[in-house]
Ligand binder design. Structure first.
Ligand code: BEZ
Length: 394
């Protein structure tokens, strides 16, 4: 082979390498400029519909405040109404992952639906951010590198109320919908209440989302406990509190619960809700600049007052934004993305929080009192409460 032919060959190979590099580079650029696909899997119908809407509002508010982008990428939404139905959860999650090819799953409200979502997220390695559902398993036995929560574990608000009630009462009856959220919020309550010297004398349940409360009110009246602790949320919570007052129990047997009982529901309860004491990681009347600006923007945008669900949605977008900023929007850089999310310090309207090693917020719990349409903060009932993360092997 002459030197001339050899030189031509080398030039040919070099040109091939260059065009391959150019192709790869332009591919990367296109991927970086593509919209970030966010799958919102939330309830928009049924007893938790208002909760799903508030989470969506909060999420979109943060994205709006960030110029419509997270990690430099414009956000495109893919929305599924999960109807708070665990039987449809796997199919709904797969629709978002396989059909819509979302980059991140944001959902949901109902603990049973969230557990099915988390299983699919684990199997497919899809990033999932839970903006409400408290299923202990998500940051317990089902914990995973790609699953994060911006809300609470069911254990947390129950534990906070158990600790408070043990200082005031001896014998309590509990009542809840019979599924993971209610059962685990009762477990957390019982753990702290009995540790503090109280006794749960009866645990009553009814199927989700039934609202036929009359037989339970009759039983509570005949058991005559010192206090009643319940988990209900959304439309069911408003009906329960009204029924409790109408049965004449409000003035004879004090009623308590995690703050889901009165968040976003006080208006529908009218006078029946007045004075109720609850524990939650958010309250009305916090004085931080962050909460003030969040509430102002929310009211301006949606012509509504925000609640805990809106805060959790807002913080889901903040957490995702913190992770994406560290990888310049490249969701393919998973180890760096997850590390940045894990290490984020979120400046939340509820107060700043960090995530535990199992990816659950370590946060303050407030004692609140219902006054008018507000859950007014009375005090911090437990500072920096961390979920025990039982069964998490990460
Ligand atoms: C849950 O299912 O985890 C849940 C639903 C509504 C409010 C709080 C928790």
């Amino acid at each position: 082979m002459t030197i001339d032919v050899q030189f031509k060959r080398i030039r040919h190979i070099a040109a091939g390498i260059l065009s391959l590099a150019a192709l790869t580079l332009s591919g990367t650029t296109a991927a970086q400029q593509a919209k970030l696909k966010v799958g919102l899997m939330l309830p928009y119908t049924g007893t938790y519909a208002a909760l799903g809407t508030a989470i969506t509002n909060g999420f979109k508010q943060y994205v709006g405040e960030s110029g419509g982008k997270l990690g430099g990428r414009e956000v495109e939404y893919f929305v599924v109404d999960d109807e708070s139905d665990p039987a449809k959860a796997t199919e709904n999650t797969n629709k978002l992952i396989k059909r819509d090819q979302v980059d991140v799953l944001v959902g949901t409200v109902h603990s049973g639906v969230a557990m099915a979502m988390a299983k699919v997220a684990r199997e497919t390695g899809t990033l999932m951010i839970d903006p409400n559902a408290g299923a202990d398993e998500l940051t317990g036995a089902l914990c995973a590198a790609n699953i994060f929560r911006t809300s609470f574990s069911n254990w947390q608000p129950g534990y906070a109320m158990g600790q408070y009630m043990a200082k005031k009462h001896r014998r309590a009856v509990t009542l809840t919908w019979k599924y993971a959220a209610g059962l685990q919020m009762v477990d957390g309550f019982k753990e702290a209440f009995e540790k503090g010297g109280g006794k749960v004398v009866k645990e009553l349940t009814l199927p989700f989302p039934n609202v036929e409360f009359q037989p339970f009110l009759t039983e509570i009246a005949s058991l005559k406990p010192d206090a009643v602790y319940v988990f209900f949320a959304g439309g069911g919570a408003a009906k329960f509190v009204k029924d409790y007052a109408a049965a004449g129990l409000k003035n004879s047997i004090p009623l308590y619960g995690p703050g889901f009982l009165t968040d976003g529901t006080l208006e529908a309860m009218g006078d029946a809700g007045a004075g109720l004491l609850t524990t939650l990681h958010y309250a009305d009347g916090l004085t931080s600049a962050k909460d003030r600006s969040f509430r102002l923007n929310y009211a301006k945008t949606y012509k509504l007052q925000p609640d805990v669900y809106a805060v959790q949605g807002y913080d889901a977008a903040q957490l995702l934004g913190a992770g994406l900023a560290a990888v310049k929007g490249d969701v393919g850089r998973k180890p760096e993305l997850y590390k940045a999310i894990e290490n984020a310090r979120i400046d939340s309207p509820r107060g700043p929080f960090v995530l535990s090693r199992a990816h659950n917020p370590v946060q303050d719990f407030y004692l609140r009192k219902a006054e008018g349409r507000d859950n007014k903060v009375l005090e911090v009932s437990i500072k920096g409460l961390a979920d025990p993360a039982r069964g998490c092997k990460m």
